[in-house]
Structures are given as C-alpha cells and as structure tokens.
Design a protein around this ligand. Structure first.
Ligand SMILES: [Zn+2]
Length: 413
C-alpha cells in the first residue's frame, strides 16, 4: 500500500507515528529530534525529552496537550536504534523507557519527601560537629544543614517550612528544631560552602557504579542583589541585577551532579573545568567528558585526558587543523572532521546537562532568595544537593541500587 493511499484519519496517533517513522527521515540534532511535518511542506517539528516528559512543538502537543504522532515516531526511531546496537543506547540523556519505568517514577515521586528526609539525615551524619569553645551551646551543624537543605527542597519560606523540621524531629531524624532565624543566618557562614560541596560529591558517589560519562555546563540563577555602574553615554548611574552562575559536572545517565562551582554571572566557563574535574576520578571511573564550545581550550583537553577520559568538546570555529600543533588538539580536530556523525552522538550528551539545570530550576526555582552573598552561594549549593538526593531516590527505584553513601577516607569535612 502506498503511503498516499492511507486514510490517516482512521489511524491512532501511535499508528500515525509508526508510519511517519517508516516513511520519513527523522533527524537527530543536539536540541532534539526533527520530525518532518506532513502538512507543512519542508517544515518540521522538534521533539524533546525534558526529564521524563516528551514534548513536541506541534499544535496537537502544545494546544491539545496530547502525546502526538511525532513523539510516537521518535520513540520508534529510538527503539530501532537500540535494537540495532544490541544494547540500550539511551545514553544521549533520554530515558525513552519512561513508559515502562513509569511505575518506578511514580513510586519515587509519591514517596519522595519521606525518602528525601531519610537520605538527607543520613548524609548529614557525615558532618562533624566542631568543638565549641565558649559561649552557650550552639545548634548542631548537623541540624542546621538538614534544615537548610530541607527548606530548599520544600521551597517554602523560612517560617512555613519549620513544620517539616518538626516532623523530621518526630521521625527521629534530627534531635532539635532550630529557630527559623538561626537557619537564615546559618547560610551566611563561609565555612558551610566546602561542607555543602563535599556533601554533593558524597551524594553523587552513591551512583558511581552506573556513571562513566559526564557532561559539563553552566547556567545562571538570578539574585536580589544589584550592582551600580556609571553610564558615560547618558551621564548617570545605572544598576543591573547580579547573577550567580552554577557550573556543573553531571553524569549523563542519571543527571547526578558530581562536581559544582559557583561563580559570579560574568565569569568565564573555561577556567572552571579544572576544579570541576578535581577529585571526580577518585570517585568515578570517568570514560568521557563532553562540554560545549565555551570550555574548549588545549589546557582543558589535557585536563580531561589526565583524568583518563576522552574529551568531547566541539572546536571553536576559528580553529583550523593547520594552526593546531598540540597532539590531542590535532587528534580531536581530525576526529571532529572525519567522524562528525559519531562525534555528534557523543556531543549530544551535553544536552543532558541542560536538563540537569531544567530539573533543578523547575523543582527548586531559578533564583536565590538570600540577600547575603555567601548565603546565595550556599543556597545554590543546597539546590544542587537537594537535586542529587532526588536523583538518588529515583535511581533507587529505577536501577535497584542501594541508597548507601560510600564513606571514603579522602572526604574531609
Ligand atoms: Zn508533535
């Protein structure tokens, strides 16, 4: 039967999707899958997967909120790709198995808060209480970190989230309920920053058995701070909002964050890679690191190599093979030129780093509420830590791993 002879109206969306997959060319791009439109000549729709939900920008999906034929078509396309390879190639940041895994996802969503409190409390056990030397006894560090991360998780105001801490106390997860003001002041402490960073790494190490490929990306979070500058053109003072930028190294399979740096919004991406990669190879068996152009430099390629991983960074357009004198640089350039398709498949993993930010921002907001500069950095780290715990919870259900955090000697709080 010719494709033109088929009465499309009689078919279900799934059947239409299968026909599109069989008769048209679906193109994989770093942003998603381009599915040709049947009505618009030469037009196409973009299908993307954000966390667990497939999205398409066609009217059926956007207006009718239906799982459209294009999404079905992409599913057929991906499934076929997996079968041909003989192994699950969902690595490109896409969990196409979302329909089968839906139960696990539901389970982790509905029980998430209880799991979250338990995992967070267990994680906080690793925080050592510094000896207090004088004055009245302070609220234990443990309780304050628990409360700060719990508050980020609930996205409640300081006062409203206190009832959650009371519940945690009843569950025996914390031994006292700190006053909401002390939680607010707590995040202003500079010594909290390295503790939070360590807790993020520690929580990530729970997934060391499943993550080998990593992606690097950065994204901004708005603050309530403003900076002033003098506008010479108009001869008056103006102000602009200060942004914080989070740089993340995340595992492409689960979106777990293995390394984090927080800088001012204007900071360049490239210099952050060294600190992001630092120590990660001790915890993970890194095979690949993919980054975008902003991170492309010879030093960075070498850094990734030093960790025993293969770097996947697209080349800046002004770089030619002739000018590249360095060994890896040259190799990567030729790899990029001659194995373009293969490279793009690897590079595609980076789009997963974008879903990490998407996950963090939709769940825990894209702004920080603290007024103090240090508190803003710590608040952002709390978001990342809360994200990691949620990822671990989901993976406990999906992959059947144990939610135990490995204690390693090099973790030095
Ligand atoms: Zn569609």
């Amino acid at each position: 039967m010719q494709i033109e002879d088929i009465n499309w109206k009689k078919l279900s969306r799934e059947e239409r999707g299968e026909l599109i997959y069989k008769s048209m060319k679906i193109v994989k791009t770093p942003r998603g899958w381009r599915v040709p439109s049947q009505s618009l000549s030469g037009g196409s729709y973009l299908v993307r997967f954000s966390s667990h939900e497939p999205r398409c920008n066609c009217p059926d999906c956007e207006i009718a909120k239906q799982k459209c034929k294009h999404i079905y078509a992409v599913e057929f396309y991906i499934k076929q790709e997996i079968d041909q390879e003989g192994k699950v190639k969902t690595t490109k940041g896409v969990k196409i198995s979302y329909s089968q895994k839906w139960n696990a996802y539901d389970k982790s969503q509905t029980n998430e808060k209880i799991y979250f409190m338990q995992l967070l409390s267990e994680l906080c056990n690793f925080v050592e209480q510094p000896e207090y030397k004088f004055g009245r006894p302070k609220v234990p560090l443990y309780n304050l970190i628990f409360s700060s991360v719990m508050r980020t998780y609930t996205t409640f105001s300081l006062r409203r989230f206190m009832s959650d801490v009371k519940i945690a106390k009843e569950m025996g997860l914390v031994d006292s309920v700190p006053c909401f003001a002390s939680v607010g002041h707590f995040l202003q402490r500079q010594d909290i920053t390295p503790i939070l960073k360590n807790l993020i790494k520690l929580s990530a190490s729970a997934l060391k058995s499943v993550e080998t490929d990593f992606a690097v990306d950065s994204s901004g979070f708005s603050t309530c701070r403003f900076a002033r500058y003098y506008d010479y053109k108009y001869g008056k003072e103006k102000k602009y909002r200060i942004w914080l930028k989070a740089h993340l190294l995340s595992g492409v399979k689960t979106n777990i964050v293995a390394g984090v740096e927080v800088t001012e919004g204007q900071a360049h991406d490239s210099p952050q890679l060294a600190s992001l990669l630092k120590g990660v190879s001790e915890r993970f068996d890194i095979k690949e690191v993919s980054c975008d152009r902003a991170y492309s430099s010879r030093a960075n390629l070498q850094l990734i190599r030093d960790e025993g991983a293969i770097p996947f960074i697209p080349f800046k357009t002004n770089v030619t093979g002739k000018r590249a004198k360095y060994e890896i640089w040259k190799k990567m350039y030729h790899y990029f030129m001659y194995k373009h398709e293969e490279f793009l498949q690897h590079y595609h993993k980076r789009s997963n780093a974008e879903t990490v930010f998407h996950m963090i921002k939709t769940k825990f907001r894209d702004n920080v509420r603290s007024k103090d500069k240090t508190a803003q950095v710590n608040e952002l780290l709390c978001k990342v830590l809360a994200h990691n715990i949620c990822v671990v919870i989901q993976e406990i259900n999906e992959l059947g791993i144990k939610g135990e955090f490995t204690i390693e000697k090099e973790v030095d709080f």
